[in-house]
Design a protein around this ligand. Structure first.
Ligand code: P71
Length: 473
C-alpha cells in the first residue's frame, strides 16, 4: 500500500473528531453483570486471581488482548476455505506469502501461538551461558530464553521504568547499556538482541525508527543479530507515524516493512495484532536458523506447513494481517485505548503515560501507596475492580515478575501495574465509559483497601495459578 491509498478518517475529512471505527457490528454476544454477592464468592473461589475466574462470571473482560479479538466477515468467510490437508495446505502458502509481503522476511515457520515460536527461536539460537539483551522482559519470552540456557539482560532506556515519564518512545533500547554489556561479556556470548515492538510490560510503549536503525548499526559492527517480537508491531508503527519526524505521510504498511528491514527475523503471537483467536509464526532471513526451527517444529508443534494451526486458522491469520495494516483500523484501535486513558486522566487517576497501544496500565504504587509491594497492590487492585463491577484485568507487577532463579527471592520490578487490556474490535465507547467509572469508584475507596498474602505459588509463571487471601485490617 502506498501513502496515496491511506483511507481518510472522519476527523481528517471534516475536522470534527479524531476517529471512528471503520466497521459496523454484524453479530453480538450477550454479556451480564452478576450481583455483588456472587462476584465476592467467585473472587474467593478464584483465590483473588483474575486468571482463575470463569469467563461467564465476568462482565467486561480486559484480562488480555490476546486471542480475544473479533474477526471480520472476510475472516469468517476465509474459515470456510480451510484446506485441511496434513501436508502442504494451500492456506499455509497464502500465509507465507502474506508474511513475506508485509513483514519482508524470507522464511516462515508456523506455530500454534507466540510462545511456540519463542521456543523454536530460543532453542535454535541460544547456547548455555549466552546472554540475551532486550528492551524489557516479557514473561514467556524470558522463560524460553532461560530454558535454552540463556540469561536475559534488560537494556531498555531508564525512562521506561518511570510510569510518569512522557518520553514518546519509551520502548527504545539504551545503546550505551547494550554497548557496555557487549564489552563486558563479549559479542560471541550474545546470540541476538531481543527487541519488542511496543513493549508490553512497559505499558505498550513504542520503539522509534531511529532507535532500531541505530541498533542495527551497532549490532552489525559486532556481528550480533536482532530478532523482533512483532506481536504488536502495527501499534508501534502507528506511534512512529504519529510521533516521528518524516513518517506522517507514510502508511502503517510502509513503516512496518521498513522497521522489519533493520531486523533479522521476528516471532509473532497472531492472537494480538494479526486479529485472530489462535495462531503464531516465526519468520527469519537466515537459512540455518530456519532449517533448525523447521526441523524442531515437527517435534513440538506439528508439520512445518501447519505448526499447530488448522488450515482455516492460517487463512484467517493471512486475512487478519491484511486488515491489521490498514491505517484507519490502527488509528481507531489506538484511539479507543486513548479515549479510556483520557477519561481516567481527567479524574487524576494514576496511569502509565503516555498511553500505549493495547491497554491502560493503572499505577498501583501511586494508587495504593500504603500497600507494600510484597503485599501485591496490583493484584489487589485487579481484585477490587472485579468486585466493584465485574471487570476483569491483569496484574503486571511483582507476581508477574516471579522469583530470581539464583536467590529464590521475589523480583521487585519498578513497575507495579494493573493492566486494562482492550480486545480489538470488541467493545464500544460506552463500555469504555463504564470501565472508567468503575476505576474511579475503586480509586475513591482506595484508603480502606488492604493488601494480600500469597497462599499458593506454582513453580513456573506463577501469576497464572497463584492463590491469595486478603490481609486483615
Ligand atoms: C498478553 C499475552 C498473553 C499472556 C502471556 C503470558 C501471561 C499472560 C498473558 C503474550 C505475548 C506478548 C508478547 C509481547 C509474546 C507473547 C506470547 N501476551 N510476546 O499480553 O505480549 O504469545 O500468548 O501467543 O504465546 O496478555 P502467546
Amino acid at each position: 500500500m502506498t501513502s496515496h491509498d491511506i483511507p481518510q478518517t472522519m476527523g481528517q475529512q471534516a475536522g470534527r473528531r479524531s476517529w471512528a471505527e471503520p466497521w459496523k457490528i454484524k453479530m453480538v454476544e450477550p454479556i451480564r453483570l452478576m450481583p455483588p454477592e456472587a462476584r465476592q464468592k467467585a473472587l474467593e473461589e478464584a483465590g483473588y486471581n483474575t486468571f482463575l475466574l470463569r469467563s461467564e462470571d465476568v462482565y467486561i473482560d480486559l484480562l488480555t488482548d490476546s486471542g480475544t479479538n473479533a474477526m471480520s466477515d472476510r475472516q469468517w468467510a476465509g474459515m470456510m476455505l480451510g484446506d485441511e490437508a496434513y501436508a502442504g495446505s494451500r492456506n499455509f502458502y497464502r500465509l507465507e506469502e502474506t508474511i513475506r509481503t508485509y513483514y519482508g522476511y524470507r522464511y516462515v515457520v508456523p506455530t500454534h501461538q507466540g510462545r511456540g515460536a519463542e521456543h523454536l527461536l530460543s532453542q535454535a539460537t541460544i547456547k548455555p551461558g549466552d546472554v540475551i539483551p532486550g528492551n524489557m522482559y516479557f514473561t514467556t519470552t524470558r522463560i524460553h530464553q532461560e530454558l535454552a540456557g540463556g540469561t536475559f539482560v534488560d537494556v531498555i532506556i531508564d525512562e521506561a521504568h518511570d510510569p510518569a515519564d512522557d518520553h514518546p518512545f519509551k520502548g527504545n533500547v539504551d545503546l550505551a547499556k547494550l554497548e557496555a554489556l557487549i564489552d563486558r561479556v563479549g559479542a560471541e556470548k550474545i546470540p541476538y538482541v531481543s527487541l519488542a515492538g511496543t513493549v508490553n510490560m512497559a505499558g505498550g510503549q513504542p520503539v522509534s525508527m531511529a532507535n532500531v536503525r541505530a541498533l542495527r548499526e551497532l549490532t552489525a559492527r559486532h556481528g550480533i543479530r536482532i530478532y523482533l517480537d512483532a506481536t504488536r508491531m502495527m501499534e508501534n508503527s502507528f506511534f512512529i507515524q504519529e510521533r516521528e519526524e518524516g513518517y506522517a505521510g507514510k502508511s502503517i504498511a510502509e513503516i512496518l516493512r521498513e522497521f522489519c528491514s533493520y531486523t533479522d527475523g521476528a516471532w509473532m503471537s497472531g492472537k494480538k495484532d494479526n486479529l485472530v483467536n489462535i495462531g503464531g509464526w516465526l519468520a527469519v532471513n537466515d537459512e540455518e536458523v530456519f532449517e533448525r526451527a523447521r526441523n524442531m517444529v515437527v517435534v513440538y508443534e506439528g508439520l512445518h506447513t501447519y505448526g499447530g494451526m488448522a488450515g482455516r486458522d492460517m487463512e484467517a491469520l493471512a486475512i487478519g494481517i491484511e486488515e491489521a495494516v490498514q491505517d484507519d483500523y490502527v488509528q481507531a484501535r489506538v484511539g479507543q485505548v486513548r479515549y479510556l486513558g483520557d477519561l481516567l486522566l481527567q479524574w487524576e487517576i494514576p496511569i502509565v503515560q503516555p498511553v500505549g497501544g493495547h491497554a491502560i496500565f493503572l499505577d498501583a504504587r501511586r494508587f495504593y501507596p500504603h500497600i507494600p509491594q510484597d503485599q501485591f497492590p496490583a493484584q489487589m487492585l485487579a481484585a477490587q475492580l472485579y468486585l466493584d463491577s465485574g471487570i476483569r484485568s491483569m496484574e503486571r507487577g511483582i507476581v508477574s515478575a516471579g522469583r530470581d532463579p539464583e536467590t529464590g527471592d521475589h523480583r521487585y520490578p519498578a513497575l507495579e501495574l494493573t493492566r486494562l487490556t482492550i480486545p480489538r474490535r470488541v467493545y464500544t465507547q460506552a463500555h469504555m465509559d463504564v470501565i472508567a467509572e468503575a476505576v474511579k469508584a475503586v480509586y475513591d475507596a482506595r484508603e480502606e483497601t488492604r493488601g494480600l498474602e500469597m497462599v499458593y505459588e506454582p513453580a513456573y509463571l506463577r501469576f497464572f495459578q497463584a492463590r491469595f487471601k486478603p490481609l486483615g485490617r
